[in-house]
Design a protein around this ligand. Structure first.
Ligand code: NAD
Length: 472
């Protein structure tokens, strides 16, 4: 059994058990909620570069208390069945916490995508899609993948296209995956969504901090010093949103091949463009470079906020003991294990839990899925109507006051909402209301001592209620 996968799965189970204990769930119901409903392993062959290669892929369905099940597809040579099942469990709890009508799933193919060219990746993805579809592990009504580590909107486009070829009469075929390109039924704001959600989560916490940690946390995000581990989709967009919306300073970025530190603040777009060209951070001409074996000391350097956005269990117990951030924000899934979490709690470090922090992606995936099922972009029916009504109101105000409507307000007030405006406001609303629910639960339940337990408590209670409603 894979050691990392086991430690991760054990950690999530213990976090679940803490909440289940406070909820006083019966042992039978605990077991039913905790275990993964079903998992599919496929070993499929693809002829590439003149050779037949055999790849291993998985799709795990953790819970179908609500359908379809939702969860990303990861391309990573470190993936295992146990990792995929644990990530699927996290998806169940995450969707429940966020109030989304989905059960939890996850998938992976055990490959390092950097070792294959684009045409190879397309053939691997299409073959994997055939396997998932043939075995009912993909469908708009039952099981809807999205991008995750090592995959992106192009991967989703290949999956959507392959599925549509297999099921040409499926009128809702576009809804079989989310995170698609805009030209293929995707939604504005999906690529940035998880990172933007991370930024919204941090804003909520700074505005309304857990009472016992309020003194230690930054009072404002303006100028706050931030370290980001993992500068892929989530890490980059989180950093970009914090810089652009809050004026925070990114003082260190870590990736696989090392770290860049710069006290003056890293140019996030500059670094991202450099990584796209060179495949890593090594050689970036601004700031100081550190080898990968110095990662722990960079993570423990002076900052206000630490954002792990890479993979599971990257914040070891040793790092937890020594890190200096007062706020740790789990942008990745499961970066802090159970033991490291206990250390952070004992040190009064605030941890914003993954179930909440990185849910922006699945929230906007939900909007995309609804858009695909309705076959109509958001705002189409309201936009012109809104503009007409606003124009009548503005003209009436001008007539009544004899003053022209202020030009700076007019642009915002008179034009109807575009899809991106609706997506961003929907995301902000959900992130805000779920944070308030977690804080209320934390304050109201004496046995709940931290936001992670509050998140699990709310999520697991809702799943237990869903089972109770069908008589289980
Ligand atoms: P990605 O593949 O786009 O980026 C991951 C980055 O982390 C890469 O640049 C990689 O080189 C780097 N990395 C890997 N191991 C590292 C290590 N040990 N130290 C430093 N850097 C390392 O993946 P992503 O989509 O940004 O996902 C990152 C995390 O966020 C994962 O845990 C994923 O499950 C989670 N997540 C992603 C989404 C999404 O919408 N993409 C949604 C929810 C959660």
């Amino acid at each position: 059994m894979d050691k990392n996968g086991s430690a991760f799965s054990d950690s999530v189970d213990r976090m679940f058990e803490t909440a289940a204990e406070i909820l006083d769930l019966s042992p039978d119901l605990r077991e039913k909620i905790r275990v993964c409903n079903e998992s599919y392993t496929t070993r499929f062959g693809v002829r590439l570069k003149g050779r037949l290669h055999t790849f291993t892929g998985w799709r795990a369905v953790h819970s179908t208390h609500s359908k379809p099940v939702k969860g990303g597809i990861r391309f990573s040579s470190r993936s295992s069945l146990e990792e995929v099942e644990t990530l699927a469990a996290l998806m169940t709890y995450k969707c429940s916490l966020m109030g989304l009508p989905f059960g939890g799933a996850k998938g992976a193919v055990a490959i390092d995508p950097s070792e294959w060219d684009r045409a190879d990746l397309e053939r691997i993805t299409r073959r994997f899609t055939q396997e998932l579809s043939r075995h009912s592990f993909m469908s708009p009504a039952q099981n809807v993948p999205a991008p995750d580590m090592g995959t992106n909107e192009t991967t989703m486009r290949w999956m959507q296209d392959e599925y549509s070829r297999l099921y040409p009469n499926e009128i809702n075929a576009d809804a079989v995956v989310t995170g698609k390109p805009l030209t293929s039924g995707g939604i504005e704001g999906r690529i940035e969504a998880t990172g933007r959600g991370v930024q919204l989560a941090i804003n909520e916490c700074v505005k309304n901090p857990p009472p016992e940690q309020a003194d230690r946390l930054p009072k404002t995000l303006e100028g706050a010093r931030v370290i980001v581990q993992g500068f892929g989709n989530v890490g980059y967009h989180a950093a970009k949103s914090l810089v652009e919306s809050n004026g925070s300073r990114i003082v260190a970025v870590l990736d696989r091949d090392g770290a860049i530190t710069d006290d003056a603040g890293i140019d996030v777009d500059g670094l991202r463009q450099y990584m796209d060209r060179h495949g890593g951070v090594a050689g970036y001409p601004v700031g100081e470079f550190h080898d990968p074996d110095q990662a722990a000391s960079v993570l423990q350097s002076d900052c206000d906020i630490l954002i792990p956005a890479a993979g599971e269990l990257t914040i070891t117990e040793d790092i937890a003991r020594n890190l200096r951030a007062s706020l740790l924000v789990e942008a990745a899934n499961g970066p802090v294990g159970y033991e490291a979490d206990a250390i952070l709690r004992s040190r009064n470090v605030t941890v914003l839990p993954d179930l909440f922090v990185n849910a922006g992606g699945v929230v906007v995936s939900y909007f995309e899925w609804v858009k695909n099922l309705s076959h109509m972009p958001f705002g189409l029916m309201q936009r012109r109507h809104h503009e007409n009504v606003s124009n009548v109101l503005a003209k009436s105000l001008e007539t009544m006051t004899g003053q022209p409507f202020p030009a700076d307000a007019a642009a915002h007030f008179l034009s109807g909402p575009k899809e991106i405006d609706l997506v961003r406001s929907g995301l902000e609303e959900i992130m805000h209301s779920v944070y308030v629910q977690m804080m209320n639960q934390l304050v109201a339940t004496p046995e709940i001592e931290d936001l992670r337990t509050a998140a699990y408590y709310i999520a697991v209670r809702r799943i237990a209620d869903a089972y109770a409603a069908i008589g289980i």
